[in-house]
Design a protein around this ligand. Structure first.
Ligand code: GTP
Ligand code: MG
Length: 218
């Protein structure tokens, strides 16, 4: 490939990211004006994003009107799981795209009646790489990994940890059967982003979920 072609591809990519950032800023303004607090959850496939969202919404549903947007390549499985807890859900199937972007969120904000809603949770497609370029316009981003993804999962995927506000290391109920050093995982996250709040949770037992909720809503 010629150098000219390569630099054109780089330019197009930069345009894509700049446009995404612009739309994310509009989403953020819209949400603030409506008084809706919004948070997005990113992380590896199967790390427990939906399970953690379930544990969160069932603890705060009495005090908040919640909408959950679930990004998934093809199914409605995660939205159905959340709906059982009495929250409204919208499933976005991304097809051949590996992450949600600010355009997807802008379409939700434009096309749905949100007068009843005071909290928006967005679950991104399971992926530790793609979402890092695409902010959505939320108040905080929460990145979720679990101890079953191996001891180096954080070190190997620094970008999402660099650009998130809270890191969750989930499935700590399995710590006696998985060969990982959780302290080292925490240190990896701290080294990548010293400002990151790091919480070790179990969506299964509920351990540290109240602390996570406090950190999100603070
Ligand atoms: N032992 C244990 N299992 C968990 C925990 N959290 C989630 N799981 C299980 O891990 C599997 C995947 O959980 P999900 O919540 O679907 O993970 P996800 O990150 O939403 O997955 P995708 O949306 O497919 O990327 C399910 O079988 C959950 O029951 C946990 O804290 N401990
Ligand atoms: Mg899920």
């Amino acid at each position: 490939m010629s150098e000219k072609k390569i630099s054109r591809i780089i330019e197009l990519n930069e345009d894509l990211i700049n446009n995404n950032d612009r739309l994310a800023a509009e989403n953020n303004k819209f949400l603030n004006n409506k008084g809706i607090r919004a948070f997005d959850f990113v992380g590896a496939i199967g790390a427990g994003k939906t399970a953690i969202l379930e544990s969160i919404v069932k603890r705060i549903i009495d005090d908040h009107k919640i909408l959950v947007v679930n990004g998934d390549v093809t199914t409605r499985i995660d939205a159905n799981r959340l709906e059982k807890h009495g929250v409204q859900t919208i499933q976005i199937n991304t097809g051949n795209e590996c992450a949600l972007n600010s355009y997807h969120v802008s379409q939700v904000l434009k096309n749905y009646e949100l007068n009843d809603i005071d909290m928006l949770f967005i679950e991104n497609v399971g992926n530790l790489i793609c979402p890092s370029d695409f902010i959505l316009g939320t108040e905080k981003r929460i990145v979720i990994v679990s101890i079953t993804e191996g001891p180096w999962v954080i070190r190997k995927h620094p970008l999402l940890f660099k650009y998130s506000d809270i890191a969750v290391i989930n499935k700590i109920d399995l710590k006696d059967v998985v060969d990982v050093n959780i302290k080292e995982m925490i240190n990896d996250a701290k080294n990548i982003n010293p400002k990151l709040k790091i919480i070790t949770t179990s969506a299964l037992t509920g351990e540290k979920i109240p602390e996570l909720i406090k950190e999100i809503l603070d």
